[in-house]
Design a protein around this ligand. Structure first.
Ligand code: SAH
Ligand code: SF4
Ligand code: F3S
Length: 418
């Protein structure tokens, strides 16, 4: 036997993240605390010493996937003594201690509301050393995710997020700018600002528009994106404040949920079909390309309501629409209502999916002949400001921005004349 290998002494962490981009950012944050205790990342479960599962509970299916992954780790844990399992995030928050009863091999439970105390949770477990200063953090890649707010103050009647994430907390704008600068210094060219209703950001005098403009001025930042906004905060003042700034990417993911004003009211979304259409008209006028989320089969959705969702899709000309079957979440008002049958949900989802299938191709075709700035993610492929994938003929340094004319579209890829 040779001398002990240095790497064998290291704690290798395998991370499995479910859910939205906020969860991706939270996983990075949790890993930073593990890294400060000497841990390194691995993408190989077999060689891992610790597994961090960061979970989602927005729909039953998402929660189910995370919990069944946990179930499968029982055998993994038995293979090597000292292995550690951390179950974190939104499903951890919802299910709480009941999980530890059902899965006694689970070592650390850390709900989404506890993310800010994750370091204390690690200390209290006694399973990791004290934090040192030399934690190696993963490089951000071209896009640096920066959380600007946690929680949600809405109470959409179908949604579990406010109960597992708690009320809104807007982070300090100086801390946000510092984090953006740190990510840019580590190589990020694009900063993605994150929050469940990200454009509701307000901290003292600093508005969301101020923050976008300030982040875009951070040295090294070429482009700023954000997700997920809520329609009601897209005001004319907001658009006036950002429309002259080309670094603010011209794409928004703006969930509509339904095309029926009646259902929108029952969902407690705070806008009507007409208001939504007006918001996207104004956004498109400033060059924004719009994608969305739609729920089918909300308990009170009639055939006529569903038809209105279909006509809204025609009118709005979305770039992409992610469609979901309504999933009852325990404790939410809509879960108490009389439910539609699974058959109705499946039929409506099928019809809607057929309708939205061609949307992206159409949007890609409409780009032919335009001139776009492409941020290269490989030597010859990148994304335009409005989030279309573009392939260039020539090679350029990864991370550079090239201005190109779009020659043709093939499915969901644009080809540049450069
Ligand atoms: N904060 C964002 C959405 C966060 S949840 C917003 O308000 O726009 C992400 C998406 O999951 C939602 O846009 C919605 O389409 C979907 N979703 C949320 N709860 C759901 C449920 N109970 N059943 C099905 N889809 C749901
Ligand atoms: Fe859920 Fe509504 Fe909050 Fe979005 S705004 S997270 S859908 S409660
Ligand atoms: Fe899921 Fe939590 Fe995000 S429930 S969608 S991971 S906020």
């Amino acid at each position: 036997m040779g001398p002990p290998c240095f790497f064998d002494a290291m704690n290798k962490v395998f991370i499995q993240t479910y859910g939205c981009q906020m969860n991706v950012a939270d996983s990075d944050e949790m890993f930073a605390h593990l890294a400060a205790r000497g841990a390194v990342l691995t993408d190989n479960l077999d060689e891992a010493d610790t597994v961090l599962i960061n979970t989602c509970t927005v729909r039953d299916h998402a929660e189910h996937r995370a919990v069944s992954f946990l179930g499968r780790l029982n055998a993994w844990k038995k293979e090597k003594p000292g292995r550690v399992i951390i179950f974190a995030g939104c499903a951890a928050q919802r299910l709480g201690k009941s999980l530890q009863k059902k899965y006694p091999f689970l070592d650390i439970l850390s709900g989404a509301k506890d993310i800010e105390h994750f370091s204390d949770t690690l200390n209290a477990s006694g399973l990791f050393g004290a934090p040192g200063a030399s934690g190696q953090q993963p490089a951000p890649g071209l896009t640096g995710y920066v959380t600007i707010m946690r929680g949600c103050n809405f109470a959409c009647s179908y949604c579990i997020v406010p109960s597992v994430r708690g009320p809104i907390k807007c982070l300090d704008s100086h801390d946000i700018l510092q984090e953006a600068a740190r990510k840019a210094a580590a190589g990020a060219k694009e900063i993605m600002l994150l929050g469940q209703t990200v454009n509701a950001y307000q901290n003292g005098p600093v508005t969301f528009a101020d923050l976008l403009n300030r982040v875009s001025e951070v040295p090294g930042v070429e482009r700023v994106r954000f997700t997920s906004p809520h329609p009601i905060y897209f005001t004319p003042e907001f658009l006036n404040a950002v429309k002259e700034n080309p670094k603010i990417a011209r794409h928004v993911h703006l969930p509509v949920q339904s095309g029926s004003s009646k259902v929108l009211q029952e969902m407690k979304r705070g806008y009507t079909r007409e208001v939504f259409l007006e918001k996207i008209r104004a956004l498109k006028e400033c060059g924004f390309n719009i994608s969305t989320d739609i729920i089918v089969g909300f308990p009170t959705e009639t055939e006529d309501d569903f038809q209105q969702t279909l006509t809204l899709v025609d009118e709005a000309k979305f770039f992409i629409a992610y469609c979901y079957k309504y999933s009852p979440r325990q404790g939410t008002p809509a879960a108490q209502m009389e439910q539609l049958s699974q058959k109705v949900l499946e039929e409506r989802l099928d019809i809607l999916l057929n309708k939205v299938r061609g949307l992206s191709d159409t949007a890609y075709q409409a780009q032919v002949g335009t001139v776009q700035e492409v941020l290269l993610e490989t030597e010859n492929k990148g994304r335009s400001s409005s989030n279309f994938w573009v392939k260039t003929k020539n090679s350029y340094p990864v991370g550079s921005i090239v201005r190109v004319e779009i020659e043709k579209a093939d499915g969901t890829l644009l080809f540049a004349r450069d």
